[in-house]
Write a protein that binds this ligand. Structure first.
Ligand SMILES: NC(=O)C1=CN([C@@H]2O[C@H](COP(=O)(O)OP(=O)(O)OC[C@H]3O[C@@H](n4cnc5c(N)ncnc54)[C@H](OP(=O)(O)O)[C@@H]3O)[C@@H](O)[C@H]2O)C=CC1
Ligand SMILES: O=C(CO)COP(=O)(O)O
Length: 347
């Protein structure tokens, strides 16, 4: 597909907030589909490179971005007259970004996000944060699924899903993403979709640790499958739909992130399993590693609902330096024997 030099008049315009790897990749995708698209970020040099040289040298070096993609550090200018706002900052910056955008959002523009995680400290779901900051009358949607930024940026085929309580808005958000090599599905389960996107990052650390310790392919498959079981059990307790987690937002993203070395959360686990410190590993990765905070928030949710999550709990303890990866393994292997599925998991 040839990148358009100019956006097509009449197509909904989009502001993408957050110029890291995922925000840049999604903005490039949407611009390639002919939508007037502007990318907002806070780093002036990075933004100038995107706007003028059509490259994000820090987060997606060497990948050509569409000339029609504009970039700015001016939030008010980015949001002027847009039809759709897509927030793609890390979860720790989600609430402050919503508060910053609120005064400039055109009244008709709904807000979607591709951030994965919970509000750090409170464990609130991001749609709960968005409802509080923006009010309950603003259409909201979550964009999630198995999608490495680099692959999307270079145009490799990808499928993701858009969940919203607002069907027309879900369709609009899906439409701007959907294209010749990108499939965007829709759903109405924000709880399940957000839970899947957050939990898979924690479970990817577990699989990375197992692979870093060279425990073998059986252990990897066992870890992924029992990890899915943890997702399903917490999802049932919070009221999400099981089918959401059997799809792109759950199983799909879990498999990608647990097995693909482009995953920063998996790479953190690999490094820990090989004996590196968490500080050194996170520094070497050099990008956001959501599991570091999400593990605490997953366990906060689990405790709130009285659900036992052995793998996620072990990851939390390893990330806090309370146990070593080897001790985490011993804990998991010495658990009591039990039926694979408690009754009623898919009711
Ligand atoms: N990368 C991927 O493949 C995917 C990522 N995601 C999710 O997308 C979200 C963003 O991740 P990703 O783009 O990968 O992260 P990166 O580490 O690539 O980039 C983070 C971006 O967020 C910006 N940022 C950090 N703090 C703030 C803040 N307080 N205000 C405004 N901007 C801020 C950074 O700006 P600066 O450079 O100035 O620090 C940078 O542009 C995460 O929740 C992640 O889980 C979801 C699917 C795929
Ligand atoms: O969310 C992602 C893939 O869907 C990206 O995973 P990482 O944040 O682990 O790189």
């Amino acid at each position: 597909m040839t990148d358009p030099a100019v956006a097509e008049a009449g197509k909904p315009s989009v502001a993408v907030l957050g110029a890291g790897s995922w925000g840049t990749a999604l903005a490039a995708l949407i611009a390639r589909h002919g939508h007037p698209t502007v990318l907002w970020g806070r780093d002036a040099d990075g933004i100038a490179a995107i706007d003028q040289r059509h490259e994000n040298p820090r987060y997606l070096p060497g990948i050509a971005l569409p000339p029609s993609l504009r970039a700015t550090t001016d939030l008010a200018a980015a949001l002027a007259e847009v039809d759709l706002v897509l927030v793609v900052v890390p979860s720790h910056a989600f609430a402050e970004t919503l508060r910053a955008l609120a005064p400039y959002r055109p009244g008709h523009a709904g807000v979607a996000w591709a951030t994965k995680g919970f509000e750090p400290g409170s464990g609130r779901f991001l749609h709960e944060v968005a409802e509080e900051v923006l009010g309950v009358d603003v259409p909201l949607a979550v964009v999630t699924g198995p999608s490495f930024a680099k692959e999307v940026a270079i145009g490799l085929p990808t499928a993701l899903t858009v969940h919203s309580d607002w069907p027309d808005f879900a369709q609009l958000v899906a439409d701007v993403h959907h294209g010749p090599s990108f499939r965007a599905y829709t759903g109405d389960d924000m709880l399940g979709a957000e839970l899947g996107g957050a939990m898979k990052n924690v479970l990817a650390v577990a699989t990375g640790v197992a692979d870093g310790m060279q425990l073998g392919l059986n252990a990897r498959a066992g870890m992924i499958t029992r990890g899915l079981n943890e997702m399903l059990r917490l999802n049932q307790a919070i009221g999400g739909k099981a089918e959401t987690l059997m799809g792109l937002a759950g199983l799909g993203d879990l498999v990608l992130t647990c097995t693909g070395d482009l995953s920063r959360n998996r790479r953190l686990g690999l490094a820990l399993g090989q004996g590196q410190s968490i500080e050194d590993a996170v520094r070497a990765i050099g990008q956001v590693v959501e599991s570091v905070q999400t593990a605490d928030e997953v366990m906060r949710q689990a405790d709130r609902h009285g659900i036992e999550l052995p793998i996620s709990s072990a990851v939390q303890a390893v990330l806090h330096g309370e146990i070593t990866p080897a001790e985490g393994l011993r804990l998991l292997l010495s658990r009591e024997q039990k039926p694979e599925y408690p009754s009623g998991l898919f009711d």
